[in-house]
Design a protein around this ligand. Structure first.
Ligand SMILES: [Fe+2]
Ligand SMILES: [Fe+2]
Length: 272
């Protein structure tokens, strides 16, 4: 059934297919995480990193109900199905971080103020704002996950690399939805939305740098360097997401064809 809402939307079926194809890559990367290897990290680093991962474990554990109920109003069944798969990927990230916490004997959090703020903001606002908040969270966290991926602890390294491969495509997924969602908004409206997003992104990067600063230092990433690079990542996504500049083609950055080839060779699907 076609509605006027749907008329100008690109086909999110490619995203649904991508998320399904990604299950295989995830399984391959998960199998490589050496959970039983002992850790040689200094205890102070373990405490700092565990405190930080507690927050990510909580933050990525949501059911995505708010996001999905707002998205249903678009009457885009393929986007709905892609969103269900996106939320499932985030829940798997949460489970991986829970595995790292268990490895270090750290508890899982039941609440944290930064997560509560993120949840309240998302509930207050519409789908485009909610997706913008995901774009901000994912682009700014990327630099930190990169640092985790360079950890000398093989489990942290393995988990972070696995999560990062997903997040690269999550950013593309949010950009595609935002570009479609803003397609009929006049340029001044898109500029205002981008400006508001910048304000939130600066706040989010600052909270991350302060709140996760000890973990960043333990990983050899200075919080100020993180802050600058995190906002540069976000800045690169802005023209594409808000229709203020050229965009990469719609869909994931790796094609399903590339996936199939990499799987046949038993290797890792190509990144960006
Ligand atoms: Fe995630
Ligand atoms: Fe994500």
């Amino acid at each position: 059934m076609s509605t006027s809402n749907q008329m100008h939307r690109p086909d999110f079926g490619v995203w649904e297919k991508y998320f399904d194809a990604n299950l295989e890559r995830q399984a391959r990367l998960d199998a490589r995480i050496p959970w039983a290897t002992p850790s040689h990290l200094p205890p102070a680093d373990v405490v700092a990193i565990a405190r930080s991962l507690q927050r990510f474990e909580l933050g990525e554990s949501g059911e995505g109900e708010g996001l999905r109920s707002k998205a249903r109003r678009l009457n885009d069944a393929a986007y709905d199905r892609a969103l269900v798969r996106f939320v499932a990927e985030e829940q798997k990230h949460s489970a991986l971080f829970a595995g790292v916490l268990a490895r270090f004997g750290a508890e899982r959090l039941t609440s944290h103020w930064s997560d509560a703020v993120f949840v309240v903001l998302r509930r207050l606002l519409g789908l485009r704002t909610e997706v913008t908040l995901f774009l901000i969270a994912e682009t700014t966290a990327m630099e930190y996950f990169g640092a985790l991926g360079r950890s000398s602890d093989p489990v942290i390294e393995g988990v972070a690399r696995r999560v990062l491969t997903d997040e690269v495509e999550h950013v593309r997924f949010q950009i595609d939805q935002l570009r479609a969602g803003f397609a009929r908004t006049p340029q001044v409206g898109r500029m205002l939305a981008a400006g508001a997003a910048w304000v939130v992104a600066v706040g989010a990067a600052t909270v991350l740098a302060v709140d996760h600063g000890a973990a960043m230092r333990a990983l050899g990433l200075h919080p100020a360097v993180f802050w600058r690079r995190a906002l540069a990542q976000f800045g690169r996504a802005v023209p594409e997401a808000f229709g203020l500049g050229p965009a990469a083609p719609f869909g994931p950055s790796v094609t399903l064809h590339e996936y199939a080839e990499a799987a046949a060779e038993g290797g890792q699907a190509p990144g960006r």
